[in-house]
Design a protein. Structure first.
Length: 222
């Protein structure tokens, strides 16, 4: 498995940000092939804006949805997460790692946390440009190799997009997701098959260009 650049890499913080004043739009009802998981069963986000996205990114997702095979849909798990909620998620997961791996130094715990939760300074969800999603076929979630939001557990790290120990069916579903989203300019965070972004700092690092969106406070969304 190739080496990955994670969000604790100092180069991510160094990416310039244009901070475009682009509005957020709700993804509810935006396209017949885009559904929202309103149960929020795998996330800790009670914001009414959890399925809001920057307008340009939203339009790109709509174009990707139009290319889905007949009977397939995107299922959105989470998009916007406030900076305060992002910070809480990071701290909570850091403490969990600290509890589970007491032998690790702070720097190692920080890196482990960054595999799964972004520090708020580089967090895509807080910008409205990052999205967690999966695929559905005939009204049911398809096999993606792991459940959404599973931890990247050793030794197989099956949440890693490039993991080669998942079934061929799951690998094919991941390839379909990647094809549709990369064609519209999204990039994947490689330790999580479900996490894609457009316009955040990680996207800027991968594309070697400035990021478009800075974190947005919830009270700025209208």
């Amino acid at each position: 498995m190739t080496e990955m650049v994670l969000l604790d890499d100092p180069r991510i913080r160094q990416v310039d940000c244009e901070n475009r004043p682009e509005k957020m739009v709700s993804m509810r009802g935006i396209h017949k092939n885009i559904l929202i998981d309103e149960t929020r069963s795998h996330i800790e986000n009670d914001s009414p804006f959890f399925c809001y996205m920057r307008k340009d990114a939203a339009l790109r997702l709509v174009r990707a949805a139009e290319k889905l095979p007949e009977g397939w849909q995107f299922l959105i798990k989470e998009i916007y997460r406030s900076p305060a909620q992002q910070r809480k998620c990071f701290n909570d997961y850091y403490e969990e790692c600290q509890k589970n791996y007491p032998e690790l130094e702070k720097e190692e715990l920080y890196g482990m946390t960054c595999q799964f939760v972004a520090p708020v300074e580089v967090a895509g969800h807080a910008t409205g440009g990052a999205i967690d999603l999966t695929l559905m076929k005939a009204g049911k979630e398809v096999d993606m190799g792991t459940e959404y939001n599973d931890e990247p557990s050793p030794p197989e790290y099956r949440t890693y997009f490039s993991c080669d120990t998942i079934s061929e069916e799951a690998a094919g579903n991941r390839r379909l997701l990647a094809q549709l989203l990369t064609e519209e300019g999204f990039v994947n965070y490689p330790s999580e098959w479900w996490h894609w972004s457009y316009g955040d700092r990680y996207w800027g690092f991968v594309r070697n260009c400035p990021s478009l969106y800075a974190p947005m406070e919830e009270n700025m969304i209208t």
